[in-house]
Design a protein around this ligand. Structure first.
Ligand SMILES: [Zn+2]
Length: 287
């Protein structure tokens, strides 16, 4: 199981990344930058536009999460879950994770009161309309609403040349420790961003339906047990991990599933894409 790791902000992780990448790319497992991902990295039975489009539409919605300046009070809660480096105890630390945009909503002052956006412009002149972005991640990454406000979520970080957008956490709306699921909200006055994410959410749904139509009768998921994960390992640009589910147990209350998908710290909270189209009651699974 991939642990959450608290990193020193200035920690050099490049060696760890290079060694892990070399180790992970075996004949059936893959771990590679999103921009290098292609059909050939998938098992032969999934080498179609429908599967590539589904994975890319998930990548569009994938978010890098950072929690900076972790407060010492939180250490008590995180201590047994996070790999601590003793020498880091008094240093500036950062928790890294991943998540997926799950929903967006539009609000107006008339219906929901004053704009809560914390950007400079809204502080001087609050907007009449604003949006809320809901991000699905691991319940282990945050403790309460105070932590949610420390969350820095970076969207569209495909590679070093990407035009990224950063939004700050506001509140927790769902927290389920048993299922390790958390949904936090971020507020923005950027209505173009809300419209963009809404079309990406529609695309993800459409791609899922297209993949369903393509594979429901042609590929038996149990034969391949494909699992795909899009995350920001070590806080780096988007990466795709491809592997297999290791057991066949379908337990709706299960805290997680066993897999051999290559992951690094920073992948915690990433959405696990399990293209098992035979499942009638799909359960959201995250890493
Ligand atoms: Zn604003």
């Amino acid at each position: 199981m991939n642990e959450i790791r608290m990193l020193k902000a200035e920690r050099d992780t490049s060696t760890e990344y290079i060694e892990f990448t070399a180790r992970s790319n075996t004949h059936q497992e893959k771990f590679l930058p999103f921009i290098d991902f292609s059909l050939n990295h998938l098992p032969a039975c999934y080498q179609h536009d429908e599967m590539i489009n589904l994975i890319k539409s998930l990548a569009d919605l994938t978010v890098k999460i950072e929690v900076k300046d972790v407060h010492e009070i939180r250490e008590q809660f995180w201590k047994d879950k996070i790999h601590f480096f003793e020498e880091d105890i008094k240093s500036k630390r950062i928790i890294l994770g991943s998540g997926k945009v799950e929903d967006v909503k539009l609000y107006s002052e008339k219906d929901a009161g004053p704009c809560p956006c914390r950007c400079k412009k809204c502080k001087s002149v609050p907007k009449q309309k604003w949006g809320e972005i809901r991000i699905l991640t691991s319940a282990q990454l945050l403790y309460d609403n105070k932590d949610a406000k420390r969350f820095v979520c970076t969207l569209f970080y495909d590679d070093e040349t990407s035009h990224t957008i950063t939004v700050i956490g506001e509140n927790i709306v769902v927290k389920n420790i048993e299922r390790d699921i958390c949904i936090l909200t971020c507020v923005t006055c950027d209505l173009d961003l809300i419209a963009c994410l809404e079309s990406m959410l529609d695309k993800f749904e459409e791609c899922w339906e297209n993949a369903f139509d393509k594979y429901i009768h042609s590929v038996k998921w149990e034969d391949e047990k494909l699992i795909v994960l899009v995350s920001h390992p070590l806080g780096y640009k988007k990466h795709i991990s491809i592997g297999k589910k290791l057991d066949c147990q379908r337990d709706a209350e299960s805290k997680g599933i066993n897999y051999d998908v290559p992951t690094l710290p920073g992948s915690r909270g990433a959405f696990l894409l399990v293209p098992d189209f035979d499942v009638i009651n799909k359960n959201v699974k995250i890493l």
